[in-house]
Design a protein around this ligand. Sequence first.
Ligand code: AMP
Length: 400
Amino acid sequence: MSIVLVVNSGSSSLKYQLVDVAAGEPLAGGLIERIGHADGRASHTVGHGDDAQTFREEVGVPDHDAAFARMLEAFEAHGPSLAEHAPVAVGHRVVQGGARFFEPTVITELVKINIDELSVLAPLHNPANLAGIVAAEHAFPGVPHVAVFDTAFHQTMPPAAYTYAIDRELAEKHRIRRYGFHGTSHRFVSRAAAEFLERPVEELRVIVLHLGNGASACAVSGGRSVETSMGMTPLEGLVMGTRSGDIDPAILLHLERRAGLDADGVDDLLNKRSGILGLGGHGDMRDLEAAAEAGDPDAELALEVYTHRIRAYVGAYAAQLGRVDAIVFTAGVGENSARVRELSLEGLEGFGVELDAERNRMRGSGARRISTDASRTEVLVVPTNEELEIARQALEVVER
Ligand code: AMP
């Protein structure tokens, strides 16, 4: 049996998917939102693709234990039967694994203490992930639970890539270094790209551009992350939906001294009110593109800043890798926006990157090539599937 329940637990949400790893497909999935509020919402989808059926309900869900009870009820009411499709493991997405976790790990009391302790570095995410783990253990006793860390894939970065140029003692004391995120996606996509190209991942050098609400670039050499754009937190790097990405750190001081913002104010500004939302008034790329199309100059500039930054990272990572076999676009924006892909790689023909306008415009659901046949660097679109990757990794650990 190769069925794994994948859990992604946020502070007020629970996302789950029951995955058949051998088939590479979800049997069911769901989302419970507004946990802790009176007006919670639950949706449960059975099957996938065109045959999927979704059931929605409004329910009060006071805490994560209640959310799991709600999930079990949904399986009971709408299927598939968990008795017939019993998961052999529960895979948990955990955002911050620090320098401690470099691979998927069976959850023990000690692992939970470590995840809790790493909350210092991810105060919004790790406590919520841990609440989900504890509740899932109540709901699924006797099944191994496995933590799959967003940071783990990037633990192969060399010190030159993960070290910030600040006082070493202070940095060590406060564990200030680049950890990187979206690791599960970068790993899945870089491997799927190798499969698509029918070449061993060990010999490939690729740049993965994960462009979703959050966005990050990753240089992958021989299947290992050697550099990534997110840093100690998911704020660094590319321009995102609501996050600024790279910014001169002295701006923070300026804002504190001149604009009267305190630490929380700066945090809110850079994480929630910046990026394409701050620049163009839309945090969602579809809305931003529509506004730019309609001639809104702010939206147009936002698109330019967004793609200018991507191009800068592609150049930097090409220099770090020495050779680029493929540039791979993934996640909501990367998989769907032909305009963003085109603008991001504009002017790189001299470096052997040639986009095929027609292939880029064509929509498709699987992995596909969007470069010309003559392009020295392949440009691909590869849909990410973090749930499948978490399920695969969890299964691998329990089968060891
Ligand atoms: P994700 O976080 O991977 O779900 O990606 C969410 C982002 O993908 C949002 O900014 C969406 O606007 C964007 N997105 C989804 N579909 C499209 C599309 N067809 N064109 C442009 N952006 C899209």
